[in-house]
Design a protein around this ligand. Structure first.
Ligand SMILES: O=C(O)CCC(=O)C(=O)O
Ligand SMILES: [Fe+2]
Length: 586
């Protein structure tokens, strides 16, 4: 599983290499990824696409264009007949119901203030200009008579009663067939998802054979370059670009595009949909496409565009509204021999610059019930790695240590200046990079614009029993993500919302950091909470149970030993020093 970041348009692209079991119908899975799909494009390296076209015709899907107030979602008969499988969407003030029955309202400040239900400030629209309210309308208790229901209904009827333009669809989750939506009381029209087909002949047609890796091989940089070139070619084909034609004679000063090698002269069929479709529908298309390319012995690609203004993106995460809201993916299915038992594919996932990306591998480690987002991974490093890191920290040259009242620290990678946040970049010693950098990258933790940005600064803290750190925020010097490795002893990290009296208030929640664990703090949590460590010699876990460990046996006292923490970050204003190599020897 590999992640790539440096896409020229600043759109991070993630791709992964997968060997798909041909007979497993649901791989690569599109389920739960992007439920609000605007358009689909299929490319087939062949001019005959009858099977595909036939399958599309047989699986006709409908969607509805609706104009209605949002309170229609609280109409009991609507709830009971349609719930959990429906999707709704609009622009400006945006509202959707996702497949799990969450009504998500993304409201502009003015609407929010007049609305009357509590939400949270949107992450990607700064200065509180937009707010997100999430209501679980699928909860069995969310019915008339329930306080939350009645309050929500009152707010929708009185404060947000205007009509919303929406598109909706409903499917049978087993067959993917579209079902009628209960819309008797509102203005609506039923539309079929429409398809247009076109052909491109006489084009330079790559075979993408070089993208086939031997089983178990890890993609190298060359493969990554080739995967991106393939992505670029698919994009050009999607646009029907003249640059792909064998007869194209571009002005060399205007175009430097060259087709990935080796290529032949050939044709592609392109099929493009319009209308709201569901993940199930796409999954069915993918299965048909795979059968077709197997029969034709050619490659095929499926590209899916998500709604630009959907308030949610990948796996329900918040989506950067209006600001380059890419939420698209492409699956390139490679050509396979007729008797091959596997189908190999390269998958690309495009994100907007403001969209959060975390590797799905991280999902199980996400801490629930706290602001987005924190991740805790026990035993992130081995005992041997821990021992080695401790010995390196302890044997660092004496001048590296800065002694404060309640802890000692070492700055690696440079020392950011408090006045302007600038840091003269110094090389980071290998012992701090390995194995942690690689492990961070493997699990999909990036520190900058893209998932592959490495940390450029590491702060080493040493706390003796009874030492700690005052509640604080790591602040705007860094990109809003910090990863902490804990060595030798546990600690308890306390979190406080902004604006509380630091000296007296109780933390809102605490996280237990065990030796060898990794803790990641990012997003809203990084930006709107303070964190600190109490100056105590032991922690009573029963008194305030840490949110990452349940249940805690009563009377659990953990005595503290000397703890070393390594905090990995990316200083925004790092300045490369051309002389760094000769000036600093590590
Ligand atoms: O030692 C820790 O885990 C926290 C350190 C910290 O908050 C900081 O260095 O900013
Ligand atoms: Fe901190």
């Amino acid at each position: 599983f590999e992640i790539f970041g440096k896409w020229p348009t600043k759109v991070p692209v993630q791709y992964l290499w997968e060997t798909i079991d041909y007979f497993k119908s649901n791989a690569p899975t599109t389920d739960k990824q992007e439920p609000f799909v605007l358009d689909i494009q299929l490319l087939l390296a062949d001019t005959q696409a009858e099977t595909l076209l036939q399958s599309i015709a047989e699986n006709e899907q409908f969607f509805y264009e609706v104009e209605a107030p949002l309170s229609m979602f609280l109409d009991t008969s609507f709830l009971e007949k349609n719930l959990t499988k429906d999707t709704y969407l609009d622009t400006e003030d945006v509202a959707i119901i996702d497949g799990d029955g969450h009504l998500v309202l993304s409201l502009q400040k003015e609407t929010y203030e007049a609305f009357g239900l509590e939400g949270k400030a949107a992450t990607f629209t700064g200065n509180g200009r937009r707010y997100i309210i999430t209501i679980d309308v699928s909860a069995p208790t969310f019915r008339p008579g329930n306080k939350t229901f009645d309050r929500t209904k009152w707010c929708l009827d009185n404060n947000l009663s205007r009509s919303f333009k929406m598109v909706m669809t409903r499917v049978d989750t087993n067959t993917g067939a579209s079902l009628d939506v209960l819309l008797s009381n509102v203005q609506h029209s039923k539309k079929p998802v429409s398809w247009a087909s076109s052909k491109m002949d006489g084009i330079r047609l790559p075979n993408f054979e070089t993208l086939k890796l031997p089983e178990g091989a890890t993609p190298n940089n060359r493969w990554k370059d080739e995967a991106l070139e393939a992505y670029e070619w698919l994009g050009m084909a999607t646009l029907g670009s003249q640059r792909l034609s064998v007869n194209d004679k571009p002005d060399p000063f205007l175009s430097v595009y060259s087709c990935p090698e080796p290529y032949t002269t050939g044709s592609v069929t392109s099929l493009r949909s319009a209308g709201l479709v569901t993940p199930q529908y796409i999954e069915n298309l993918l299965i048909t496409l795979r059968k077709e390319i197997k029969a034709k012995q050619c490659w095929g690609a499926l590209t899916v565009w998500g709604y630009r203004d959907s308030p949610i993106a990948w796996r329900g995460r918040e989506h950067g509204f209006l600001t380059s809201g890419e939420n698209d993916y492409t699956i390139l299915l490679l050509r396979e021999e007729k008797d091959a038992s596997e189908q190999r594919a390269v998958c690309y996932q495009a994100l907007g610059v403001y969209d959060t990306f975390m590797d799905p591998a991280l999902e199980p480690y996400k801490l629930q019930g706290v602001p987005d987002s924190a991740y805790y991974i026990p035993n992130f490093i081995s005992a041997a790695e821990e021992e080695y890191l401790i010995s390196k920290v302890q044997t660092a040259p004496a001048p590296k240590w800065v002694t404060l009242k309640a802890r000692r620290l070492q700055n690696w990678g440079g020392t950011p200046k408090v006045e302007d946040g600038k840091m003269l970049q110094e090389p980071i010693p290998t012992w701090l990079k390995e194995p942690v950098f690689k492990k961070l990258q493997n699990i999909g933790i990036g520190f900058g614009d893209s998932p592959s940005t490495e940390p450029n600064h590491i702060l080493v803290n040493e706390y003796l029993p009874g030492q700690g750190i005052m509640p604080h925020q790591d602040g705007p010097l860094y990109n809003p993500i910090v990863a902490t490795v804990t060595l030798n002893s546990h600690s308890i990290l306390n979190f406080y919302p902004h604006g509380v009296d630091k000296a007296t208030s109780e933390p809102e929640f605490s996280v237990l950091l065990e030796p060898r664990s990794l803790f990641v703090q990012t997003g809203q949590l990084y930006k709107t909470y303070l964190h600190g460590i109490a100056e105590v010699t032991e922690d009573d876990l029963a008194e305030r149970p840490p949110i990452n460990y349940h249940p805690i046996p009563t009377g659990t006292l953990l005595p503290r030993q000397t703890r070393i923490s390594l905090t990995y970050r990316q200083v925004k204003r790092a300045i490369k020093n051309p002389f760094a190599k000769t000036l600093f020897k590590h």
